[in-house]
Design a protein around this ligand. Structure first.
Ligand code: G6P
Length: 607
């Protein structure tokens, strides 16, 4: 979604705003803008496209106080007129989120004589604050009163030319944190934007408002009650959000997977057994008592849930359903108070997943577990149990290391549930833990396939469609491979359980349709081989990711790459990696914008 940066300091803050936007660009990138307190009026610079263009356009702008925004369009097409900040009189506003009652506000404010120049919901906030300032000169109070009229999700930052040196920010539903320092105070959608100036972060709660000046910060609730929020020293390393030697964040994040997995699995340390406490203090009791699991997620996170379903049913023996969050939240479903509801989300702020979690709770299902990569996120805070993956910041829009660390966490959950249900003896437990511990090394070996995959990628660049096949716990991996290819190379790709091929998709197979098959050496391999023959018999070109010891051989029209070893239950974590690399290299050949694919956003905080 959109990203916000705001700064009140004792020097020119324009470079800080621009640098912060660059760090947030992954959140949204169709247009960007800044507004600063000028010598006589608000100075605003906006541009369509990337932050680099805004940087050039704002090179001569200077001020110690300002706000900035990078946009992912929801209301109104991407164009300069719709780019933030939006101005009304002497004030300027940036906003992330969605104002649901904006049409009513627009009608009311138009009737008062305000002229709207954009199609955005945000402009109604600007005019609303301006109208309130007529009776209430203090910006903080005017913004507070304005927020009480807003319905929806928002993080906003507001400046007023008549009150220089001051910024008012507020949050309800969309992320916003403050960065505090001796030389200035700041706000942003996430910590990565502020590491350039401070490590001291204050996380705002929903319903908080803050006033920032160079000298300090004050926070109140929407009713005006003052509140204190603790200062956290961010552990995020600045290097974690730098590209380093890599060409793209996606490439960096693919290659960070061994480390991300090792960090996520750190809590098993040298132990030979799983402690349910890693999911929260009450986990032991709760997991023993559940009779079903419901996983809610979107996008790539839903694919990790779909993979885990195979583990949870076969190892832990607990029935498991996986549902796309946007469907579940609006469906009349049968509630089961004994089921564990697991919300999986890299960002922890995806609007549909959060709403689905709340919906599940509203039906009396209070046994909830958040599996997230962002500790302070809304989904984590609203769940009874939690597991934080330690993937580090994921910047590339196409999710990679978040996915494999989610899978590792879900395998830990499987073991914890299996243990609570007495389905795991000590020997099995120790064997699984040993395999988990070896995972980072195994992933490293798979990454060595990059050169071969680069060669394959050349052959995909002129294709318009691709089919991915998998079976069993590797079917969701085929889904994830197809999603990756779609997202960043814009090649239409679909995934099927290989057994379903003959029920329709086989009609599409010809020499122009590459068929990519996830073919681990598991109990379904023989069945899969028959499905591959069905493809070959129709002239289809097969690209097979097999395991070292499997008997699939190269022949005319059948290309095979081998992963070093078969990895049993954990094999999906290895098999997704060549698919990530394939889509990355196809995108490179096609010359698309790998880290910021068109029309997409990293975290979708609107419906
Ligand atoms: C967006 C991203 C995907 C991600 C999905 C769910 O669509 O582009 O990469 O998988 O949101 O995000 P979450 O943060 O909830 O895992």
């Amino acid at each position: 979604m959109c990203g916000i940066v705001a700064a009140a300091a004792n020097t020119n803050i324009v470079p800080v705003l621009v640098e912060g936007l660059k760090k947030l660009e992954y959140r949204g990138y169709d247009s960007a803008g800044i507004a600063v307190i000028g010598s006589s009026q608000i100075e605003r610079v906006r541009s369509v496209g990337r932050v680099a263009e805004l940087e050039t356009a704002s090179a001569s702008t200077q001020s110690p106080t300002g706000i900035a925004h990078t946009r992912w369009a929801t209301h109104g097409v991407p164009c300069e007129r719709n780019a933030h900040p939006h101005i009304s009189g002497s004030i300027a506003v940036v906003h992330n989120g969605i104002i649901e009652n904006y049409e009513a506000l627009r009608a009311e404010l138009s009737a008062q004589g305000y002229v709207f120049t954009s199609d955005t919901d945000t402009e109604s906030i600007a005019h609303l604050v301006e109208s309130l300032l007529r009776n209430e000169p203090d910006l903080f109070t005017a913004v507070r009163l304005a927020c009480r009229r807003l319905i929806g999700a928002y993080a906003i930052a507001v400046i007023d030319q008549r009150q220089p040196g001051k910024i008012v920010v507020a949050r309800e539903g969309s992320p916003l944190l403050l960065g505090v320092s001796e030389t200035g105070n700041y706000a942003a959608s996430d910590a990565s934007a502020l590491l350039q100036v401070t490590r001291n972060m204050v996380y705002l709660e929903n319903g908080d408002l803050a006033e920032l000046t160079v000298g300090g910060v004050r926070i109140t609730r929407l009713d005006g009650t003052p509140v204190e929020r603790p200062v956290h020293v961010s552990q995020l390393s600045a290097a974690a959000v730098e590209l380093g030697n890599y060409s793209h964040y996606m490439q960096k994040e693919i290659f960070e997977q061994p480390e991300a997995l090792a960090n996520t699995l750190e809590m098993i340390g040298g132990s030979k057994s799983i402690q349910p406490g890693m999911f929260g203090a009450e986990a032991g009791e709760m997991l023993a008592d559940i009779d079903q699991i419901l996983i809610l997620a979107c996008g790539t996170s839903a694919h990790s849930g779909q993979t885990a379903r195979y583990w949870l049913e076969s190892i832990a023996g607990v029935p498991c359903n996986v549902e796309i969050a946007s469907e579940y939240r609006y469906r009349t479903s049968v509630a089961n108070p004994r089921q564990l509801v697991v919300a999986i989300s890299q960002s922890g702020e995806t609007a549909d997943t959060l709403a689905a979690l709340r919906h599940a709770k509203s039906l009396g299902q209070t046994r909830t577990l958040a599996l997230c990569n962002v500790p302070e996120s809304a989904i984590v805070r609203e769940s009874a149990l939690r597991f934080i993956t330690r993937a580090g910041p994921e910047i590339g829009v196409a999710s990679t290391k978040a996915f494999t660390t989610q899978l590792a966490a879900l395998f830990l959950l499987t073991l914890a549930v299996a243990k609570a249900k007495q389905r795991l003896n000590a020997e099995q437990e120790a064997t699984f833990i040993e395999q988990l511990r070896h995972l980072p090394v195994a992933v490293n070996k798979v990454l060595d396939l990059e050169n071969d995959i680069r060669d394959w990628a050349q052959r995909f660049a002129d294709k318009h469609h691709a089919l991915f096949l998998g079976r069993g716990r590797h079917y969701p991996i085929a889904l994830e491979g197809a999603l990756k290819l779609k997202e960043i190379s814009y090649i239409h790709a679909e995934a099927y359980p290989a057994g379903e091929l003959k029920h329709g998709p086989l009609a599409l197979v010809d020499a122009k349709m590459p068929v990519i098959s996830v073919a681990p050496n598991d109990e379904l391999l023989e069945k899969l081989k028959s499905n591959l023959q069905e493809v070959r018999a129709r002239g289809g070109e097969l690209y097979v990711f097999a395991d070292g010891d499997s008997e699939i051989t190269e022949s005319d029209g059948i290309h095979v790459l081998r992963l070093p070893e078969h990895y049993g239950q954990l094999s999906p974590i290895l098999h997704v990696i060549p698919l990530q690399l394939l889509s990355y290299h196809v995108a490179l050949v096609k010359g698309t914008d790998v880290d910021k694919p068109r029309n997409l956003a990293k975290s979708v905080t609107v419906e």
